[in-house]
Design a protein around this ligand. Structure first.
Ligand SMILES: Nc1ncnc2c1ncn2[C@@H]1O[C@H](COP(=O)(O)OP(=O)(O)OP(=O)(O)O)[C@@H](O)[C@H]1O
Ligand SMILES: CC(=O)C(=O)O
Ligand SMILES: [K+]
Ligand SMILES: [Mg+2]
Length: 588
C-alpha cells in the first residue's frame, strides 16, 4: 500500500491557509493521509507513536518537524507538538472520496446497504469488493457458521477498515429460538416432491440422516401439532400436511414441493391461522444467543440485531446487560420485526431499541403475505418519527442468488423501499451464498441513486410530521435546529449540511429530515463513525475537533479542499452539538 503523506508550505498569511506541496523527506509516518502546513520544505520529519487509550481512536503520534526555518507565515515548529490525528487527518474512505470528486454532492447515494456475509463473500478480497461496491454494514448471521468463522470475518472487516480507511460496521444477528429444522446432516439442500411422506422429529439422529427425515429443534413440536395442521417451511416455500403422530415423530405429506434448506424456519397453521402454542413461550434470547451476545461484546461489534423480539422488555434487559459489560463502547440494538407479537407491541419495541429491521422473511411466514407491504410501510414511518434507523430486509433480489440480473418485480420492490426512504436495504442469501454478490450490490446501488434523484427532481417533499423525540429542553433545541437547518438547506439549495457531533445524535436528527443535500457528519471516534454509516444520507468522517466552531470549520474546509472534496464557493450549512447554532456560509 502506498504511503500518502503530503507536506505543504504556507504561501501567504491569510487566515484561510493556502498550502503548496512539498516532497517529504524520509520519515516513518504511519500510512494515512497527512497534510502538514509548514513554512518551507522541512529537513526532516519523524513521528513518535504511542498506542491510544481508546482502541477506537488512532494511536496518538507526535509529529516532530525540523524546518530549515526560511519563509514567513506559520512556522513548522508551531505544529511540532500536535498529534498526527489533530493536524492532518480526516478519515473517510477512498470510495466516498472518489464519488464526491467525480459526481459532486448531489449524486451520492443516500440509502445505505447491509450485506449478509456468508461462504460467497467471506474472503478478504471478496469483502473488499463489497466495501468498494458500497457495503456500509456487514451482517453476520449466528444461525449459520461457527463462532471461529464469524470471528475471522470480523477480523477481515476490521483489517479492511484499518488498511483502506473504510468504516464498514459489523452487525451480529442472533439466532433466536423460533422453530426451525436441523442442518440436514451437512447437505446443502434436500428436495421434497409432491405426495412424499416425510418425518419431522425431535429425536437427534446419527449421521447419515435417515431418508426423508428432518430434525426439529423445538422439543414441544410433536405435542403442539395436530393431525390436519399445515406445516410451512420458510413461510410456504414448501408445504406439508400433518397425517400422523407417532411419539416424537410427526409424519407429513408434501403438498407443495420444493427445496428444503438447512435450518429453515417452520410454522404450523390450523384453520387458516398461525398456531402459537407453547412455542409462543420460547425465550426471545436463547441460551445459545446469550453466548453469541457475549461473543459479540468481546469482539466489539457495532450492532446486535435481535431476532423475534416480542416486547420492549427484552431490549431493555439486553441494554443493561451490555452496559454492565462494556466501558466506553456502545453497541446499538436493532429490533427485528418478524413476529406477530412484535407487530402488536411495535411502538414500545422501536422506542426501546436503537433501530429496527423489517425482517420480511420470517414476518411473511407469520402474517399473510399480502399484509407484509403495509406492515413495512408502517414500520418505516414509525422508525422515522421516533428517529430510529430502519432496515428493509429479505428477498429484495432473491432471484440474483442464481441469476445475474434481477426481475422487474424485484427492482420495483427495491424502488419502493427507497421511495419510502428507509435508512438501509439488506442483502441476505444474495450476498451470503449467491452466485452474484457484487452484481446484486450494484443493483441496490444504482436503483437507490436513481430513485433518490427522481424523488428530488419531482420535489416529493411529503409533509411528514416529525414529532419531538427528546425529553429535555436541550434535546428540543437540537431538534429544532436540525429541522430548521434541513428546511433551510432545501430552500437555499445548499450543497451540503455539515454536522459536528460527538455521539452522533445531531447527525441522526438531520438524517431524519431526509434533506435534499448530503450530510457530512464529523465525529471524533471511529466507533460513532461506523454506527452513523447505517443512517440515511450521512457521509461520516472521523475528525478531531474542538468546541470552537470557527476553527473547526476552517480546519474542515482546508482538509476537504485539499483533497478536492469541496471547493471554494460551495454553500454549506453547519450545525454542531457543542454549540447550538446554525451557520450558513460559502466555503472560502
Ligand atoms: N455464515 C454462513 N454460513 C453458511 N451459510 C450462510 C451463512 N450466512 C448465511 N448463509 C446462507 O445464506 C442464506 C440466507 O441468509 P440469511 O441471513 O437471510 O439467513 P436465514 O437462514 O434466511 O435466516 P434469518 O431469518 O435470520 O435471516 C441462509 O439460508 C444460508 O443458506
Ligand atoms: C432477516 C430475517 O431475519 C428475516 O427476514 O426473517
Ligand atoms: K438470524
Ligand atoms: Mg428471520
Amino acid at each position: 500500500m502506498s504511503q500518502s503523506l503530503h507536506l505543504f508550505t504556507q504561501t501567504n498569511r491569510s487566515p484561510n491557509l493556502t498550502f503548496t506541496k512539498h516532497p517529504f523527506p524520509k520519515s516513518n509516518l504511519p500510512a494515512s493521509n497527512c497534510w502538514f502546513p509548514v513554512t518551507s520544505a522541512p529537513k526532516s520529519i519523524s513521528v513518535r507513536t504511542s498506542a491510544a487509550s481508546d482502541p477506537n481512536s488512532a494511536p496518538s503520534s507526535q509529529v516532530l518537524v525540523s524546518s530549515n526555518g526560511t519563509g514567513g507565515g506559520v512556522v513548522a515548529t508551531e505544529y511540532s507538538s500536535l498529534s498526527v490525528a489533530d493536524v492532518c487527518s480526516i478519515e473517510v474512505d477512498a470510495v466516498t472520496e472518489a464519488e464526491l470528486k467525480e459526481n459532486g454532492f448531489r449524486s451520492t447515494r443516500r440509502t445505505k446497504i447491509v450485506c449478509t456475509i456468508g461462504p460467497a463473500t467471506c474472503g478478504f478480497e471478496q469483502l473488499e469488493a463489497l466495501a468498494v461496491g458500497g457495503m456500509n454494514v456487514a451482517r453476520i448471521n449466528m444461525c449459520h457458521g461457527t463462532r471461529e468463522w464469524h470471528k475471522s470475518v470480523i477480523e477481515r472487516v476490521r483489517k479492511l477498515n484499518e488498511e483502506k480507511g473504510f468504516a464498514v460496521a459489523i452487525m451480529m444477528d442472533t439466532e433466536g429460538s423460533e422453530i426451525h429444522m436441523g442442518d440436514l446432516g451437512g447437505a446443502s439442500s434436500a428436495k421434497a416432491e409432491d405426495g412424499e411422506i416425510w418425518t419431522f422429529s425431535v429425536r437427534a439422529f446419527d449421521s447419515p440422516r435417515p431418508e426423508r427425515t428432518i430434525n426439529v429443534n423445538y422439543d414441544g413440536f410433536a405435542e403442539d401439532v395436530k393431525v390436519g395442521d399445515e406445516l410451512l417451511v420458510d413461510g410456504g416455500m414448501v408445504r406439508f400436511e400433518v397425517i400422523e403422530k407417532i411419539g416424537p415423530d410427526v409424519k407429513c405429506r408434501c403438498t407443495d414441493p420444493g427445496l428444503l434448506l438447512p435450518r429453515a424456519n417452520l410454522t404450523f397453521w390450523r384453520d387458516g391461522s398461525l398456531v402459537r402454542e407453547r412455542n409462543a413461550m420460547l425465550p426471545t434470547i436463547s441460551s445459545k444467543d446469550w453466548l453469541d451476545i457475549d461473543f459479540g461484546i468481546a469482539e466489539g461489534v457495532d450492532f446486535i440485531a435481535i431476532s423475534f423480539v416480542k416486547s420492549a422488555e427484552v431490549i431493555n434487559h439486553l441494554k443493561s446487560y451490555i452496559a454492565a459489560r462494556t466501558r466506553d463502547t456502545d453497541i446499538a440494538l436493532i429490533a427485528k420485526i418478524e413476529s406477530i407479537d412484535s407487530l402488536k407491541n411495535l411502538e414500545e419495541i422501536i422506542q426501546a431499541s436503537d433501530g429496527a429491521m423489517v425482517a420480511r422473511g420470517d414476518l411473511g411466514a407469520q402474517i399473510p403475505l399480502e399484509q407484509v407491504p403495509s406492515a413495512q410501510q408502517k414500520i418505516v414511518q414509525l422508525c422515522r418519527q421516533l428517529n430510529k434507523p430502519v432496515i428493509v430486509a429479505s428477498q429484495l433480489l432473491e432471484s440474483m442468488i442464481e441469476y445475474p440480473t434481477p426481475t422487474r418485480a424485484e427492482v420495483a420492490d427495491v424502488s419502493e423501499a427507497v421511495r419510502q426512504r428507509a435508512d438501509a436495504l439488506m442483502l441476505s442469501g444474495e450476498s451470503a451464498m449467491g452466485q452474484f454478490p457484487e452484481k446484486a450490490l450494484a443493483v441496490l446501488r444504482s436503483v437507490s441513486v436513481r430513485i433518490e434523484k427522481w424523488w428530488r427532481e419531482e420535489k416529493r417533499h411529503e409533509a411528514m410530521e416529525l414529532p419531538a423525540v427528546g425529553s429535555t429542553f436541550s434535546d428540543f433545541i437540537s431538534e429544532e435546529i436540525c429541522n430548521s437547518a434541513a428546511k433551510m438547506a432545501n430552500n437555499l439549495a445548499v450543497d451540503a449540511l455539515f454536522v459536528y457531533t460527538k455521539n452522533g445524535h445531531m447527525a441522526s436528527l438531520l438524517s431524519r429530515c431526509r434533506p435534499d443535500c448530503p450530510i457530512f457528519a464529523f465525529t471524533t471516534t471511529a466507533s460513532v463513525r461506523r454506527r452513523l454509516n447505517l443512517q440515511w444520507g450521512l457521509i461520516p468522517f472521523r475528525l478531531s475537533f474542538s468546541d470552537d466552531m470557527e476553527s473547526n470549520l476552517n480546519k474542515t474546509f482546508s482538509l476537504l479542499k485539499a483533497r478536492g472534496m469541496i471547493k471554494s464557493g460551495d454553500l454549506v450549512i453547519a450545525v454542531s452539538d457543542m454549540l447550538q447554532s446554525i451557520q450558513v456560509m460559502n466555503v472560502p
